[in-house]
Design a protein around this ligand. Structure first.
Ligand SMILES: [Ca+2]
Ligand SMILES: [Ca+2]
Ligand SMILES: [Ca+2]
Ligand SMILES: [Ca+2]
Length: 343
C-alpha cells in the first residue's frame, strides 16, 4: 500500500472526530459549552425529572434481593398524584456534591439496598455489576443483565463517585447451570448531570450534553494496583481529587498510578517501601492472620495473591517509610533512593 492511500484512509477515518488539518477548507471547531453554565441547566432538568417521576417502592422494598428489572420508574401524568405503594423520586434520593475539572457538580442517588457485604469499592477499583443506562426520555442506551466488570478509572466520572457509597454482595452461590446468584448486594439508581457523563461527546444513542440515569446492582469489587508497584491505585491520588490522571509526582507525563518509579529517582516504588510477606496454604487462615495484624497509619495490607505453582496464598504488610523525616515518603521523595529489603 502506498503512503498517499494510507494517508487518505486515515484522513477519512479521523474526519468525523477531528478534521484533518487543511487550512484551505478548515472546518470550524464548535467550542464546548461552559461547564458551570451547563451544570446549572442539567441540574434544573434533573430536579424536574425527580419531581415528576415515581418508582414502585413497596414492591421493590419487599424483595430481599431486588434486581434492576424489578425497579420501575414511571412518569407522573399532569394532575396525577403518586399512586399508593409508589414513591416520588425526589422524596427519596440523596443529593451529593463533587468537584470535577474544577467545577462543582450535584448528582443524585436512590439507594434501594446499601449492600451487606464487607467490601466497598474505592473510586479506582474494579466492580462487577449488572446495570441499565437510560436517558431522561426513557430511551435505554445500554444494559448488562449478566454481570460485567468495569475499571472505575476508565468509565464516566459519575460511576466512580457513586459506587463507593455501596457495598458488594455478602455471598454468592454457583447454580447447576453455571450461572452465579448473588445475595445481599448493593442496588440503586444514579442520576447524573452530563458533566459527570459524556458531556459534549455524543456516543451511539446518547446525544451530547445528556443527563444519564443508571440502575445498577453492585456485586463484587477488587482493589486495583494498575502499575503493580504495591501502592493501590486509590493511594496514588496524590492530589486527592479522584482524578488519577492529574497526579504525576515526577512530571514525566506518566501519572503515579501508571508509574512504577513515582518520584523518578531511578529506584522502583516497590523497592522504596517496606514489605513483610505472609504466606499460607489456606486463604481463610491467611485472612485471619492478616486481620490480627496491628497497622499504624503508614501501613496497609496488599491484596491477597494466589500462587498456583506453589498452591499458596500470600499478601504483604506494606509500611511507607520516610527515612529523612522531611514529610515525604521515600517513594515520593527523589532525594531518598535507597532500596529497602523485603522481610
Ligand atoms: Ca500502584
Ligand atoms: Ca510520573
Ligand atoms: Ca505508582
Ligand atoms: Ca523511586
Amino acid at each position: 500500500m502506498n503512503y498517499k492511500f494510507n494517508f487518505l484512509v486515515i484522513c477519512l477515518l479521523i474526519m468525523t472526530v477531528v478534521s484533518c488539518n487543511n487550512d484551505d477548507n478548515a472546518i470550524p471547531v464548535v467550542p464546548e459549552n461552559d461547564r458551570t453554565e451547563q451544570q446549572v441547566k442539567d441540574n434544573d432538568t434533573l430536579v424536574n425529572y425527580l419531581n415528576t417521576h415515581y418508582y414502585n417502592s413497596a414492591e421493590v422494598n419487599a424483595l430481599e434481593n431486588p434486581t434492576i428489572d424489578d425497579l420501575v420508574i414511571t412518569p407522573l401524568e399532569e394532575g396525577e398524584t403518586v399512586p399508593t405503594g409508589s414513591t416520588l423520586l425526589m422524596s427519596e434520593v440523596e443529593l451529593k456534591e463533587t468537584t470535577y475539572l474544577e467545577v462543582e457538580y450535584e448528582y443524585y442517588i436512590l439507594e434501594i439496598k446499601k449492600g451487606i457485604g464487607t467490601k466497598s469499592p474505592t473510586f479506582s477499583d474494579n466492580v462487577r455489576v449488572n446495570y441499565t443506562g437510560f436517558l431522561m426520555d426513557g430511551t435505554e442506551f445500554d444494559n448488562a443483565s449478566t454481570p460485567v466488570v468495569f475499571d472505575l478509572v476508565y468509565v464516566i466520572p459519575g460511576w466512580n463517585r457513586v459506587m463507593p457509597y455501596f457495598n458488594v454482595a455478602s455471598s454468592f452461590t454457583t447454580n447447576s447451570d453455571g450461572t452465579v446468584s448473588f445475595d445481599g448486594y448493593g442496588m440503586g439508581v444514579m442520576f447524573l448531570p452530563s458533566g459527570l457523563g459524556y458531556y459534549a461527546r455524543s456516543v451511539s444513542q446518547i446525544p451530547s450534553y445528556s443527563n444519564l440515569i443508571f440502575k445498577f446492582e453492585l456485586l463484587q469489587t477488587e482493589t486495583n494496583d494498575h502499575d503493580m508497584d504495591n501502592i493501590p491505585s486509590y493511594m496514588e491520588d496524590i492530589k486527592d481529587n479522584a482524578d488519577l490522571f492529574s497526579s504525576d509526582t515526577d512530571g514525566n507525563t506518566f501519572p503515579n498510578f501508571l508509574d512504577q518509579d513515582d518520584d523518578g529517582d531511578g529506584t522502583l516504588t516497590t523497592d522504596e517501601i517496606r514489605k513483610e510477606v505472609f504466606t499460607e496454604t489456606d486463604e481463610l487462615v491467611l485472612q485471619n492472620v492478616l486481620n490480627d495484624l496491628d497497622l499504624d497509619s503508614t501501613q496497609f495490607i496488599s491484596p491477597i495473591k494466589y500462587d498456583s505453582d506453589r498452591g499458596t496464598y500470600s499478601a504483604n504488610r506494606i509500611s511507607l517509610v520516610d527515612t529523612n523525616g522531611n514529610g515525604f515518603f521515600n517513594y515520593l521523595d527523589p532525594t531518598e533512593s535507597a532500596v529497602i529489603e523485603t522481610e
